[in-house]
Design a binder for this molecule. Structure first.
Ligand SMILES: Nc1ncnc2c1ncn2[C@@H]1O[C@H](COP(=O)(O)OP(=O)(O)O)[C@@H](O)[C@H]1O
Ligand SMILES: [Mg+2]
Length: 320
């Protein structure tokens, strides 16, 4: 992949994180998460997705993160056998000496990403898709089961998978369809119980006045959730509330329970219940709403009161 550092430097000079598409370097937002802003450079022939991750204070952190990122990608691709897009990183110090860091990936067609696809597929095909996702996840948890010193985590939300060879004019999924997993910018694995990524970096997007509290209360829980296959599956299913397809949830719960019983019997996973999926969704979405408002307040303090830069992109109100 041909990464043009000079363009990225120019981009950082003029980026306005409250409206990133309006800077001097034209970009298109492909997606965003709690810490990352994912975009492509317009007027650029390369099919590259850049994930801007503004969380690093020093080079030691960057080096450790690059190691963890490469190793996580390698483990998932070569040892576990997931399909991953081509990947790389790019980083530099900007004119103010601040570290600007990007995870770089081959760009996938936006229409082929899970949370878009499910709005094009029949209910039957959505069920096939979820079964395929469960099978990809099984490879990950099989690996951890068979390796004492390594634990792998995964964020199994549907928005982290893309369908290979998806044809928007003829949207379908069957059991031979192949999936690509691409949410690797937050490496989640433990070597002999030690988190590969510096765990406090997970909290970098939180306002500094809250970080100590979040660390004390939630860090273990937030990070640990991605290592627990059952919790990751609850998250996957509960996401259909947010995607405005709640009517599918009972069937999806049956599907994953049948999967655990038949294809993953040795994992001994307790069946999911509709009640807990609902409860999880409620608490997760209210946490998110609170978190977003506190972050907006933090942005207000930083930019309007202290006249400083705010590093993160905050999405507008999201329908849930
Ligand atoms: N390689 C890619 N090509 C196209 N779109 C992408 C790519 N990577 C991410 N995206 C878009 O950005 C969104 C967030 O990216 P993701 O890697 O899942 O980061 P996060 O950790 O913030 O969830 C995805 O759901 C997808 O819509
Ligand atoms: Mg994601």
């Amino acid at each position: 992949m041909k990464i043009d550092i000079e363009v990225l430097k120019k981009l950082e000079k003029s980026i306005d994180t409250s409206d990133p598409e309006k800077g001097e370097v034209p970009i298109k937002i492909l997606g965003y998460g709690e810490i990352s802003l994912v975009f492509e450079l317009l007027n650029n022939p390369e099919q590259i997705a850049y994930k801007r991750i503004p969380i690093f204070d020093n080079e030691t952190q960057v080096e450790r993160h690059i190691w963890a990122y490469n190793e996580y990608n390698r483990l998932l691709k070569e040892d576990v056998g997931l399909n991953l897009p081509e990947y790389d990183v790019a980083w530099f110090k900007d004119e103010e000496g601040k570290i600007q860091f990007y995870c770089v990936q081959e760009k996938l067609p936006s229409e082929s990403v899970g949370h878009k696809v499910i709005h094009q597929l029949s209910d039957q095909d959505i069920k096939s898709l979820i079964l395929l996702v469960m099978r990809e996840m099984k490879k990950v948890w099989d690996y951890s089961k068979n390796h004492n010193n390594i634990d792998l985590g995964l964020d199994g939300q549907i928005s982290n998978f893309a369908i290979i060879g998806f044809d928007p004019n003829n949207p379908k999924v069957d059991l031979d369809t192949k999936l690509m997993y691409f949410d690797t910018s937050t490496p989640m694995f433990r070597v002999n119980g030690n988190e590969a990524m510096e765990a406090v970096l997970f909290l970098k997007s939180a306002p500094s006045f809250l970080r100590w509290l979040l660390k004390a209360l939630f860090l273990e829980e937030t990070v640990g959730r991605y290592y627990d296959w059952r919790k990751v599956t609850i998250d996957l299913v509960a996401n259909f509330f947010k995607e405005q397809k709640p009517e599918l949830i009972p069937e999806l719960i049956n599907l994953v329970n049948k999967f655990f019983e038949e294809e993953a019997i040795d994992f001994d996973i307790e069946p999911l219940t509709l009640e807990e999926v609902k409860k999880y969704y409620k608490s997760d979405s209210s946490m998110w709403v609170i978190f977003q408002s506190v972050r907006r307040f933090d942005r207000f303090l930083k930019t309007k009161v202290f006249k400083k830069k705010y590093d993160f992109y905050l999405p507008g109100k999201i329908e849930r």
